[in-house]
Design a protein around this ligand. Structure first.
Ligand SMILES: NC(=O)c1ccc[n+]([C@@H]2O[C@H](COP(=O)([O-])OP(=O)(O)OC[C@H]3O[C@@H](n4cnc5c(N)ncnc54)[C@H](OP(=O)(O)O)[C@@H]3O)[C@@H](O)[C@H]2O)c1
Length: 285
């Protein structure tokens, strides 16, 4: 592993900093601005883009498709997610092909089950494996799986091919450090941290304007949002996918890789916002 990539269970490397796309492509900003933000990120080295069929019911994938037109496919790392109700024999292939079509590509680097639904896990695993064999996805993973879900998944035929678990993780929500994160780390399965900026601080009152975040921001020359991102990236088994529709914010996020935290800075933040000392339910906002 180097600082910017993490090795997956299949031996391939995955970038540790990418871009989320929830709420992009839905008209909150002019599309040209959002495309410019994503291209700025790609050009700054954030070549991983996380999206989902759910986001804007395909609009985020369409926006990503427009964004990446003209880029070399092998320079990109595209992740999308299937709705749980589409993650079985009857719909997964159709959903996947629709995502590929909107993205304007013929394969995904990783395909995730967005959250666990009523389709039996073994059926989803078999469909994912079929999609790998068909060359439509390079590998697959899951999202919003707690430790019990992960144990069950890895006990299934082919379940150990799961390459990532995308879960909520930020300075103010550290429950996964108690059990899920170490369990995954032992198996070299990274977490993809969603909401790494706690949705610009909105998920937890008092986080970005706390004394600890402000102090570290000032001494390190970061904005509070960069502090939150650097905190997540200090965890060696974490990939972070902050979302921004702003060119300036995207550049700030990309810059975090050039200036990582020391262990002391990590500890200072950690003391102010400690992980719980007992297992807690998986946070989903
Ligand atoms: N698997 C799941 O169930 C799941 C759930 C939630 C999210 N996700 C994925 O994770 C991604 C990230 O999570 P998220 O979008 O919920 O939240 P987030 O990345 O924690 O926060 C996004 C917010 O932060 C702002 N922001 C970004 N960079 C900033 C900066 N440098 N300075 C100031 N503000 C900044 C953005 O506004 P601007 O646009 O103005 O920059 C936006 O309001 C999603 O987009 C999605 O791809 C997955």
């Amino acid at each position: 592993m180097n600082e910017f990539q993490v090795e997956l269970p299949d031996g391939s490397m995955m970038p540790r900093l990418g871009m989320g796309t929830w709420y992009l492509g839905e008209g909150r900003r002019p599309q040209t601005e959002e495309i410019e933000a994503l291209r700025t990120g790609l050009d700054a080295g954030m070549r991983l883009i996380d999206t989902a069929e759910m986001y804007g019911e395909g609009e985020a994938e369409r926006l990503v498709g427009k964004t990446i037109a003209g880029y070399r496919r092998e320079d990109l790392y595209l992740v999308s997610k299937v709705y749980p109700h589409n993650a079985g024999r009857s719909h997964l292939r159709e959903s996947l092909e629709a995502s590929l079509d909107r993205l304007g590509t013929d394969y995904l680097d990783m395909y995730l089950l967005h959250w666990r639904g009523s389709v039996p896990l073994a059926e989803t695993v078999a469909c994912m494996q079929d999609a790998v064999d068909a060359g439509l996805i390079r590998r697959w993973g899951v999202s919003n799986f707690n430790l019990a879900d992960m144990r069950e998944l890895l006990s299934l035929d082919g379940g150990a091919n799961c390459c990532a678990n995308q879960v909520l993780y930020h300075l103010g929500s550290r429950g996964i450090e108690v059990d899920l994160m170490p369990w995954l780390a032992e198996r070299h399965i990274p977490i993809m941290a969603y909401c790494p900026l706690a949705q610009a601080g909105g998920l937890q009152r008092g986080l970005i304007d706390s004394a600890a975040v402000r102090n570290v921001a000032q001494s390190h020359g970061f904005t509070p949002m960069q502090v939150l991102l650097a905190f997540v990236l200090h965890q060696p088994n974490a990939i972070a996918i902050p979302r921004s529709g702003s060119r300036e914010h995207t550049l700030e996020n990309a810059a975090v890789l050039q200036n990582p935290f020391t262990d002391e800075e990590f500890e200072e933040l950690s003391r102010a916002f400690p992980a719980p000392n007992h297992p807690v339910p998986l946070d989903m906002e």
